[in-house]
Design a protein around this ligand. Structure first.
Ligand code: PRP
Length: 178
């Protein structure tokens, strides 16, 4: 598997320092709150699992599996493949995902959670690819910026594979041009 990787984009060491920084920041920002972390499947793992270990707060977690789709005005259209078990009404929510690209998924999720009565919704992503943005949305917590390259690993997939790489890597073109 690792022979398919052209270069390492975000190393394991860099990921560790991102986890510490974001964990400390969230712990500080939510000092007097009890946030609900909502991970978007499947890309949120292992980022979510590792990030939780750096957060020193009483908190809860749940998972949501959604696919966004483009309508005329693409935003807010979301198909729920697996719903939450938690009632989000009145909750301070932090949505966790691997990457913010076009922004369609997170925009749709924010509208869904607000429509269900969430008190606040913030977004935490490991990676931000600003060049891909279509929807008007930014994350509140960002691990690292990535250029417009095909990145995989640490949750991110290509055809469902490579999620288990311990770092973020750029795929060799020959792998996806086959
Ligand atoms: C990926 C990723 C984000 C979304 C980002 O999920 O995990 O949720 O796409 O893209 P966007 O900003 O353009 O909406 P995907 O739907 O591929 O599912 P996965 O998490 O199972 O990989």
């Amino acid at each position: 598997m690792i022979n398919d990787i052209k270069k390492i984009s975000v190393s394991e060491d860099k990921i560790q320092s991102i986890l510490t920084r974001l964990g400390n920041q969230i712990t500080k920002d939510y000092k007097d709150k009890e946030p609900l972390f909502i991970g978007l499947l499947k890309g949120c793992n292992p980022f979510m699992v590792d990030l939780m270990k750096h957060i020193n707060l009483y908190c809860t977690l749940d998972y949501l599996d959604v696919s966004s789709y483009a309508g005329t005005k693409s935003t807010g259209n979301v198909r729920i493949n697996h719903d939450l078990n938690t009632n989000v009404e009145g909750k301070d929510i932090i949505v966790i995902d691997d990457i913010l690209d076009t922004g369609r998924t997170l925009l749709a999720v924010v509208s869904l959670l607000k429509a269900r009565g969430a008190k606040s919704v913030k977004l935490c992503v490991l990676l931000d690819k600003p060049e891909g943005r279509v929807a008007a949305i930014e994350a509140d917590y960002v691990g690292d910026l990535v250029p417009n390259e095909f990145v995989v690993g640490y949750g991110l997939d290509y055809n469902e594979k490579y999620r288990n790489l311990p770092y973020i890597g750029v795929l060799k073109e020959e792998v996806y041009s086959k």
